[in-house]
Design a protein around this ligand. Structure first.
Ligand SMILES: Cc1cc2nc3c(=O)[nH]c(=O)nc-3n(C[C@H](O)[C@H](O)[C@H](O)COP(=O)(O)OP(=O)(O)OC[C@H]3O[C@@H](n4cnc5c(N)ncnc54)[C@H](O)[C@@H]3O)c2cc1C
Ligand code: FES
Length: 314
């Protein structure tokens, strides 16, 4: 179920959701939770956060997961896909049908979709492919064509290869060990796919080094690229500033923006990839930062720009 424009309700909700299923999908787990309020509000690219560890736990931070899909059954369900790596995700993997969990969403800004029926390339790395399928459905609703380029280290970590082959105009798969598709990483194949698909727009989700490389190639081909970043998040609701990264707005000014509320989707070329994890000296509010002369003029007219203001370019 993908919401047409204008139908999604605004704002996230926190609910006690009943777990419908937890199933293994190759190297990952897919959990479906009954959460009607979240399903009704969802747009592709948004995420949920979950409390983990039960009522008495030392795991204070909620865990964030991109929403893979929402469906209308049981009043509205939300599905996400995760890798059981640390204590919180291992706890989630042990949940069973009818368990109740505390889930908040949908959070963050969704992928913008084109107005015209254009050729879209969706690039996913590992579980980063999960949010791309609801996006693909939405793009197809807009009569866009969808080509997939999915990759991972090994075949069992490529999420959704079969669905991509079934639903995409084309689906190109890469693995580093060559166990599925072409041997290599997604960006090795990107030039060829762009050429053959005559790509107009690129969407990407996956590890930060992959997103950086996808952006660099998109720039080389002069194709707009939207990336869903995955920065460490503590609160997920814009309060703690754990998730900030340097993003340059259309006004040319770099701000430290919160990927949980100003993202996680950004225009790739606006992210200062070389400076992620740092506060660049010229970012608004950095120690010793001075407004440039033009910015100072604007500031006098409009009020000084604040750190954390959206620089997502829209
Ligand atoms: C927007 C977004 C979407 C994501 N989507 C997915 C997905 O679809 N599937 C998936 O498997 N994973 C996803 N992740 C990653 C997922 O949130 C982490 O893998 C998960 O939180 C790890 O939890 P854990 O208990 O297994 O590991 P732990 O290592 O025990 O996690 C500890 C928690 O603390 C946080 N944390 C750790 N260090 C710091 C620090 N220095 N400062 C602040 N916080 C810290 C982490 O973000 C994590 O939430 C996503 C992350 C983000 C931000
Ligand atoms: S995670 Fe707290 S502000 Fe983004």
């Amino acid at each position: 179920m993908t919401q047409p424009d204008g139908e999604a309700q605004a704002g996230p909700v926190q609910v006690r959701g009943t777990v419908l299923t937890v199933r293994r999908v190759d190297a990952y787990y897919a959990m479906t939770v009954v959460a009607p309020g979240i399903a009704a509000r969802f747009r592709p690219g948004q995420f949920v956060t979950l409390a983990v560890g039960g009522p008495v736990t030392a795991m204070l931070l909620r865990r964030s997961f991109s929403i893979h899909d929402v469906r209308a059954d049981h009043g509205g369900t939300v599905e996400f896909v995760f890798s059981a790596e640390g204590a919180g995700t291992r706890w989630l993997a042990e949940r069973r049908s009818r368990d109740v969990i505390d889930i908040t969403g949908p959070l963050g800004r969704p992928f913008p979709v084109p107005r015209d029926p254009v050729s879209c390339l969706l690039v996913g790395g590992g579980y980063g492919s999960a949010p791309l399928f609801s996006l693909a459905a939405r793009l197809r609703d807009r009569r866009c064509t969808v080509d997939f380029l999915l990759g991972a280290a090994t075949g069992d970590r490529v999420f959704g290869a079969l669905t991509a082959r079934r639903t995409g105009r084309t689906a190109t798969i890469t693995t580093e060990d060559g166990s599925l598709g072409a041997r290599g990483v997604v960006t090795d194949m990107m030039g060829q796919v762009i050429h053959e698909a005559r790509t107009d727009v690129i969407y990407a989700c996956g590890p930060m080094p992959m997103l950086r490389q996808v952006t660099s190639l998109a720039r080389r081909y002069d194709i707009p690229v939207q990336v869903a970043v995955e920065e460490l998040m503590a609160c997920g609701i814009g309060v703690c500033m754990t998730c900030v990264l340097p993003v340059t707005g259309t006004d040319g000014i770099t701000r430290m923006v919160r990927s949980c509320v100003d993202g996680p989707v950004f225009r790739g070329e606006q992210v200062r990839w070389d400076d992620v994890g740092t506060i660049p000296f010229d970012a608004v509010g950095a120690p010793g930062w001075e407004p440039r002369r033009r910015a100072a003029g604007l500031s006098a007219a409009r009020g000084a720009p604040r750190a954390g203001k959206s620089a997502n370019g829209d």
